[in-house]
Design a protein around this ligand. Sequence first.
Ligand code: NAI
Length: 720
Amino acid sequence: MELTHFTFDVEDGVAIVLLDRAGEPMNTIGPAIFDDFTAVIDRIENDPTIKAVVIGSAKKGNFLAGADIRFFETLTDPDEGAAVIRELHALFVRIEALHAVHDKPVVMAIDGACLGGGLELALTGSMRIATDGKKTQLGQPEVQLGILPAGGGTQRLPKIIGIAAALDMILTGRSIRPYKAAKIGLVDEVVPSEMLYDIAVERATASIGNLGESRGAAVKGFLAPSHLQSLAVEQNPMGRRVLFKKAEEAMLAKTKGLYPAPQRALEAVKIGVEQGNAAGYEAEATFFGELVTSPESRALRGVFFASQMMKYSTGISGSAEPKKVSKVGVLGGGLMGAGIATVSALKAGTTVRVKEVDDASAGRALAHMSKELSKQVDRRKLTEFEAEQIANRVTATTEWTGFQNADLIIEAVFESLDLKRSLLADAEAATSDGTVFASNTSSLPISEIAADAARPEAVLGMHYFSPVEKMPLLEIVVTDKTADWATVTAVEFGKRQGKTVIVVKDGPGFYTTRILVPYLNEAFFLLSDGATIEAIDGAMERWGFPVGPLLLTDEVGIDVAAHISKIMLDAFGERMAGPEMAQGLLDDDRQGRKNRRGFYTYDDQGKRGEVDESVYQALGLGPRRVLDESEIHGRIALAMINEAARCLEEEILQSPLDGDMGAVMGLGFPPFRGGPFWWIDQVGADGIVARLDALAARHGERFEPAGILREYAESEKKFR
Ligand code: NAI
């Protein structure tokens, strides 16, 4: 038997089959390995000396990461997609039958990513053993790519862990760690990585003829009374109906009906439960064909591919060696600085020295980090010991001591040009020639901060987003004086912090803040045109943003938004002018969530309530009226998209791909629309220009389409 993608050995009656996809760093599943898989199953079925099977991976720390997504791009016809799924079903049914029909138990030996099609393969086994390795995780993340688990996942998972637990995994796409998997009955046993195959073979051997008794010990949680109780609920039709209804409501609250994949995944589970496996599998195949060719899935895959590509991008066109960063200095340990210090120590593994104005502030920065580390310990992502080691790498001070050997200084003090300039001068004096100085300013041009720098080649912007621990984007801002070595050093370091990094050219607001300001301004214009706060925020949420623009203003801080708006107005003039509203809000002592007064009401703990109706009066706004929802999201979204196009035209952006990733990862631009440029391509540049022209005729120059949009409309070119 000639195999390209598997190794196959038989030892004492146990076949050990290891997936090892040729020429790839990771195991993925797709038609390319179907022939090999068939040959493996033929051999096991027909070889009487094989009594049991262990299926695992020859790639360390990677069981099977999921479907081969590149293959999806070749599918244009829903029927073709469905046909591939039927082939996969046939294969998986045969693996399942190795035990049920041929009496040869199959033990799945899982180390590393066991996701999507990987978990679906594992579900066909008689037993699953997972390692406790750091990389081991199990999940069905398909909905994140706009498709559904179609390799039997919607059918087998509910049978193994119960409907409610299965829906939770399938509809959210969340993956789980091995101990949690054992607790919910998804794996039978968790073992140390080094012992995986010894134990798997032992269990396989012991299973021959008596599988039931040899199931691993870690099913205690699964047999706990509370779990059995919820399974009992699922046994009765009434209980199930309530369960599905609740799951659907929770899903729609999140997706707002904009993402078809979770909807279809839920349907497939339901069909299987109510009508049996055959109907369930058929639903998976049909829905897969429909979803994989949908614009939503294409856009989500576009975002996924882009984030993969960006892992390899250096951010510069030539080549330069990054400097190895092992010591980081953080100036200002407030909201942003404390977060930056945390991810530097935690993810990038550096030592960190934080400088603050007084002991109390320094203490707060360290306390922030401790809290984050405790969360990681609670979630079992870190051991107590690891958390302690990380915490020991971070120190805080009010002096300039201990910065001499820093490889990188990240400044995150108040947004004031004078303050930032003076800190740069102090930092240059306290550090050495090879130290990179980065500012986390959200709007001030880096060239202005660096105007008097002694080493301007080592100065750049590292613009993080709040909360730093969660937000995936890092926008690196380079001036025409920034040296390539400094840029690649920052890019490399940002990746080590776990960030998706875009490199943009310097200018007021760089890219992300620059496109955010017209977006927020337009929300204010709509407010003065009579729209209600609910209508404005609701329209943008229903268009796909995680929060509406006015709620976002409350979150960012009305004072901060006003400050940034002013900087942008000074830089770009009339086009960036919003209605005179921010001052009115500030005069009425409204700063947003931080002082519990903004567009919304807040309780003493800062928990948000309803819209604060007194805002209208405070701003002297007249009676509210109903505006068409499409006018609201059209105006707000186009204001942002038009500015994004300008950033490309002025080469602030290196590419449309960067622009899309910056907007999706940094500002919550709806991922299923793929980003501003992806969306322009989707609608057609001519359509966008026509809408902007119409808006400019009614509302003035601020909607004048960017030159590059007209150019693309005329030549019918695409951005991506
Ligand atoms: P913050 O007010 O929470 O923190 C600023 C910290 O800097 C304070 O703890 C303060 O004590 C400290 N500080 C002031 N002068 C200092 C000095 N001379 N030496 C050392 N420390 C000093 O402010 P936040 O929100 O962390 O913002 C910091 C910077 O990050 C600003 O430039 C802001 O524009 C930028 N930024 C903020 C974002 C946000 O969402 N809050 C997002 C992205 C960037």
